[in-house]
Ligand binder design. Structure first.
Ligand code: HEM
Length: 286
């Protein structure tokens, strides 16, 4: 039960990060402006859904933690902060304002509340581990949230209006540096956390925690492969829409399938991450 709820919390935060941050971070140039404008209503709908899912996920997590007899006061405070942040975001959206900075800051703060209730927060010297966990999760959320944003919002919009295919190709290209940075940061902070929670190479192979980490690292490599395929194969074909419309359209349909597959692998990666957070660590630590 707690594994499913944890996965739900992770998935909702990733969806929210993608809906909130992708357009302001990635779609800032003229080459992507038409697609950004056309996708704006779908983006607002996705933000609302993601906020609702996050509220339900946090409530379920709060109940599970109470039943587990964890630290009730800390959990109640964090839950209240989560609801306040989501309420504030809902108000911003309700007033028909799209304030990217406020929404991005609120999403990052929501991820921080998760890190503050993670295993890292119960270590005696908790500040640096919590910081590493927050950076790890934030970059993972921006990256995989971007994948979800392509799959749910951008691809359906671009397939409806083929003159937007070139913008879609440009968006993949613009996403690439952010995705590469995320891979580096997630990898580095992941190694830092593994050093604390996995005692030895044997423990990596012989404990459930270690095996979940190996599965997650394998899926991480698969996600990098998808990213390279989209950047080097799909994006150039989409960008050539004016010269070769049919081949661009075929590439968009292939992209629809491969980005959906990448989103499914992302969901599995989050399941492996969730499993790690509910399993005992692979050493004698907390
Ligand atoms: C796309 C790839 C990845 C995603 C989506 C991901 C996601 C996450 C998430 C959501 C958490 C939990 C954060 C929290 O509860 O506050 C986490 C924790 C962690 N991650 Fe990752 N991660 C990825 C890759 C990696 C890699 C490559 C490594 C190791 C090299 C790694 C090692 C860890 C460790 C050790 C933890 C701490 C788990 C615990 O609290 O026991 N992660 N990750």
């Amino acid at each position: 039960m707690s594994l499913l709820v944890r996965w739900f919390v992770f998935a909702a935060l990733v969806l929210l990060a993608g809906a909130v941050a992708f357009a302001p971070l990635v779609m800032r140039t003229k080459a992507t402006a038409a697609l950004r404008a056309e996708a704006a209503p779908a983006r607002v709908r996705l933000m609302r859904w993601a906020m609702l899912l996050a509220a339900v996920a946090f409530a379920l997590e709060f109940v599970v933690r109470l039943l587990d007899g964890a630290e009730a006061t800390r959990d109640a405070v964090l839950f209240a902060v989560q609801l306040a942040l989501l309420g504030g975001m809902a108000l911003v959206l309700r007033n028909e304002r799209d304030e990217p900075r406020i929404l991005v800051a609120a999403s990052a703060a929501l991820i921080l509340t998760q890190s503050l209730s993670s295993r890292s927060a119960s270590r005696p010297e908790w500040v640096l581990p919590v910081l590493a966990d927050w950076i790890h999760f934030t970059f993972a959320a921006v990256w995989l949230g971007g994948v979800a944003y392509f799959a749910i919002v951008l691809v359906p919009v671009a397939l409806r209006q083929s003159q937007l295919l070139s913008d879609l190709g440009a968006t993949i290209e613009k996403f690439s540096p952010l995705a590469i940075l995320s891979v580096l940061v997630v990898g580095l902070t992941g190694i830092m956390q593994s050093a604390s929670f996995v005692g030895s190479f044997e423990a990596l192979l012989n404990t459930d925690y270690g095996r979940a980490l190996l599965v997650k690292t394998g899926l991480f490599a698969v996600l990098i492969g998808f990213g390279a395929f989209h950047q080097f194969v799909i994006s150039p074909q989409l960008r050539a829409w004016r010269a070769r419309a049919q081949s661009a359209y075929d590439a968009a349909r292939r992209f629809r399938i491969s980005i959906a597959a990448e989103a499914a692998v992302s969901a599995l990666t989050l399941a492996a991450a969730a499993a790690m957070t509910v399993l005992p660590t692979a050493n004698l630590g907390p």
